[in-house]
Design a protein around this ligand. Structure first.
Ligand SMILES: Nc1ncnc2c1ncn2[C@@H]1O[C@H](COP(=O)(O)OP(=O)(O)OP(=O)(O)O)[C@@H](O)[C@H]1O
Ligand SMILES: [Mg+2]
Length: 220
């Protein structure tokens, strides 16, 4: 599903953030990526959806060669990926229901079906009672749960999440982990999650990678 061979990532010429990074993630795997702040975790996962290009090496995501990928192929790839950002990136002018409908609309679903699916997901993230609210009328934990619902809405092949429980209380974190586990176990979605802390007694099979100063290690 995702294969990187000796990739180098950087924002400027003078410093590589990811150095000689290799990894192989199979379909339906659940992967945790850990490592210290600034080690390159967000940078690595940005490369998986083409937000940062690679300087050297080879990267394949869902059959797409990422080096030199065309704009139209990148659009196609991103339709198959659900992304949960470290800072949510919700649209503040829209209700949370409309936010969750967005990926469905982009993928060509009718308004009726999109709305039904959004309401269904809102109940999964325990926010049905907030459906008419806008993101900035919600707490951080509630917004993160909306972001998770949005990432799942169009049934993507891959979910990429950057610290999805970083600033959540135990209740919200549990809701998020359960959703990601369900997506993986029941729907067979490949999940790649950056987190500082792997939850205890996770209950499903997973594999753990770590990044230290730009080098990717296999932990388990
Ligand atoms: N847009 C950018 N432009 C230039 N440098 C950047 C940019 N984003 C990140 N960096 C640098 O890349 C390095 C790795 O950052 P990255 O965001 O990948 O770390 P991280 O492991 O996700 O950290 P955290 O756990 O704090 O989120 C940092 O030294 C950072 O300063
Ligand atoms: Mg980060």
């Amino acid at each position: 599903m995702i294969t990187a061979k000796e990739i180098y990532l950087s924002y400027d010429k003078n410093r590589f953030i990811i150095k000689k990074g290799s990894l192989h993630i199979r379909e339906k795997e659940f992967i945790f990526i850990g490592g210290n702040s600034g080690s390159g975790k967000s940078t690595l996962i940005k490369s998986l959806y083409g937000d940062i290009g690679l300087k050297h090496g080879e990267l394949f995501v869902d059959g797409h060669k990422m080096k030199g990928i065309s704009a139209s192929n990148l659009r196609k790839l991103r339709r198959d990926i659900g992304i949960i950002f470290q800072d949510y990136k919700l649209i503040n002018e829209w209700t949370i229901e409309e936010n969750i409908m967005l990926p469905l609309k982009i993928n060509g679903y009718s308004s009726d079906i999109s709305r039904k699916q959004a309401l269904n997901l809102l109940s999964h993230v325990k926010l049905s009672h907030r459906k008419g609210y806008k993101p900035n009328e919600l707490s951080g934990g509630e917004q993160q749960r909306v972001a998770v619902a949005r990432a799942l809405a169009h049934n993507p092949k891959i979910i990429i999440a950057d610290e999805p429980t970083g600033n959540l209380d135990d209740y919200s974190a549990e809701v998020v982990w359960n959703l990601l586990k369900g997506a993986n176990e029941q729907l067979g979605i490949t999940v790649v999650v950056v987190t500082h802390r792997v939850p205890k007694n996770f209950g499903i099979k997973f594999r753990q990678l770590s990044i230290e100063d730009g080098i990717i290690y296999e932990v388990s």
